[in-house]
Structures are given as structure tokens and as C-alpha cells.
Ligand binder design. Sequence first.
Ligand SMILES: [Ca+2]
Length: 420
Amino acid sequence: MNRNSHLESKPSRRSFLQPGFWSAVDVPTVVRRRIAAVRKHAQTAPGYRPCVVARLLFLAQIAVGLATIGRPESCEAATLPVGFAETQVASGLLQPTAMSIAPDGRIFVCQQGGRLRVIKNGVLLPKPFVTLAVNAVDEGGLLGVAFDPNFTSNRFVYVYYTANTAPPHNRVSRFTAQGDLAVPGSQRVILDLNNLTNSRHYGGAIHFGRDGKLYIAVGDNDVGTNAQTLSNLFGKLLRINSNGTIPSNNPFFSTALGKNRSIWALGLRNPFTFAVQPGSGRIFLNDVGQSNWEEIDDGHSGANYGWPETEGPTSDPRFVSPVHAYRTGSLGSCAITGGTFYNPPIRMFPAGYVGTYFFADYCGGWIRRYSPSTGQVRGFATVIVQPVDLDVATDGSLYYLRREGATARGAIRRIRYVGQ
Ligand SMILES: [Ca+2]
């Protein structure tokens, strides 16, 4: 195989995070407000049918010459197994990239352009929690959000975003919440990553482990060799204390220097999402592949997942083979995205779902689930427009975040088990 092919662009992935045009379009505010009011009124009406309302509103926009404000939110329902049903939780999210559910049930959603939105009691609050100055070129922007394990008492919220510096670099910052807003001036930079050399493969997911450490998934910045060196943070999973210091029991603490001591695992291409299993603390990493394989990797301290030397299953003793990999292009796939374990405090889904790992594919538009105990993979949901993130709520329902491209607005939907 031509080695250079490993470094070629992956067009379907490039389209992932395109700059939008919404902000550049001058639409009279009064008209926008009127449309929003009509939509809101329709949503509270008995027998509300979102597709019908969306299409009528779109036709109304055309009638008054406002079709340029964009397609209506995609309103196709997902196809689900018997006994499951979904409801729309929020829509109107511009280029969303990630979400996280707070201990109090609010959902925080990253919009690529820098706004961290809050959904409270089923309502998307008009005012963002915080608006960050980001570099949103190509795959950059606001890409990850996590709550401190002690959020209820310290109200700390962490974000991963592309700082708009020259050259740009990714950064993890902490904010302090006061109600639904960040306390002005409360930003504390936790970690500044390396300067970027191009606008692709940023990773961006952040989660706290069971050990209370903050894990940060970083892409290779489209330079494969980055993933195999301990001299930068690209293509790695990092592990730090929540204040930005580095735990001395990290695997490369004594062999790497400076910030590179935060490296916990390496050999990753673009781990856009990962998940921590409640209870066990097990970490599954979703590594977006180049042209052959999408991977679910089992997180281990010091593990090397092989990129760019190998992609997909491997018997090379230097590398850790994925627990599951699927062929890029199979089932319409192009990039593995959201992942979450089904281990909620309250079980809603049938018992067989407990302990399984839901994962999604961006182009495939599906959610499937992997069983760590049997190795079996089963289908779950299809007809989901560009899923980018998954989360299980305290009540045992499954939430998914649909990006829906650069011209529509994304949405969050909730899947419940309602019985046979
Ligand atoms: Ca690999």
C-alpha cells in the first residue's frame, strides 16, 4: 500500500465542521422572532406534528422571500426497535459538536462557533452559558464540555475549544456557573495544547474518569507521525488533574517532558468522542479512521493504538487492537462519533442493554451497540441525520445530538423505552 495514502484527506470527514453561513445572513430580527413565536405556539398545540409545522414554516419563509435563512430542521423520525420511542428535546442548534448532561438534568451543548448553550426543562435558553472567541475554521471551534465531579458544590464547567490565537491552538478552560450563566471573568485556562499546523483532526471530547482525573482526547492534527511521539500532545488521550497539574502516576511521567507528561495513551488518529463507564471507570475511545477502519479502543494507561503504523485490527505486539472495528463505508459509514455506556442509575431499557456501549456513525446515520461481555454488535437506530454525540441520562433514556449539516439547525432527541 502506498504510505502516502494514509495521509490523504478524507473528504467525508472534511465536510464535518464547515463554517456556517447563518451569521452572515441579514434576516430582519422581527421576522425571525415571529417565526420562532409561531413554532413555539405550534409546539404547545395538541396533536403537534413537527414535520408538518417545519414544512409549513419553510413554505411561509419562501412566500415572504426568506428562504435564504436555511432549510427547516430535518424532522425525519429515527427508526427504532419495537418498544422504543423518541421525542425532540431541543432544536435550533447551530452546528452543534458535543453535549453533556449536568447532574441537575440541564443539557449543555457546544455550538462550533463558540456558544455553549443550555437546555433547561426542555427549553433551549436564548442566552448562552458563555460565548467563546474561537477559531472555527474547518474542524475547529467549541468541541467539548464536561462537568466537574463535584459540580453541585463547586459549579465548575470545563470546555475544549480552539483558541483564536495566531497560530491557533486548542485549549481546555474552566468556568464557574452561576445559575445558567458563567460567572463573568471566571475563565481559568487549565491546559494549552500545541500550536496547530492545519485545521483538521482536533479531537475535542473531555470527560472525568472514575479516578477524578480529567481525560482529554486530542487528534493527530492530520500529521500521522504525531500520534507516535511523546514530544507533543497530538494523537493522544491525556490525563490531568482538574486544576491542570499532571498526576505523577501517569504512564510517561518520568519519560516525557513538561506538558507531555499528561499523555496517558497514544497512537490515535482523531478520537472525536470517548466515554467512561459508570461504576467500572472503563474507557472506550472512538477513533475515526482514515479510509479502512473505524475503531472502538479499550482505554489502558500507556496503550498505543497503532496509528499511523496500523489501522483497525492488528496482531502487532507493539499495539493494542480495537475491541471492535468496522469497515469505513460499511452501512454508509464514514466516521465513528458518539459513544456512551448504558449503565444509568435508573434502568429504563430492557435488562439486556445494561453494560452495552452505544456508538454512532456520522455518515451512516445510525446508532449501534457493542456488548463488551459477548463482543456482539447489534443495530439499534437508523435515520439519524449526522449524529455527533450520545449520552445516557439519569432516568435511563438515551439522548442523541444531530448536527444536520451547515445549513440546517441541529437537534437533540431523547429515546425512551415504552414497552412492547
Ligand atoms: Ca488503531
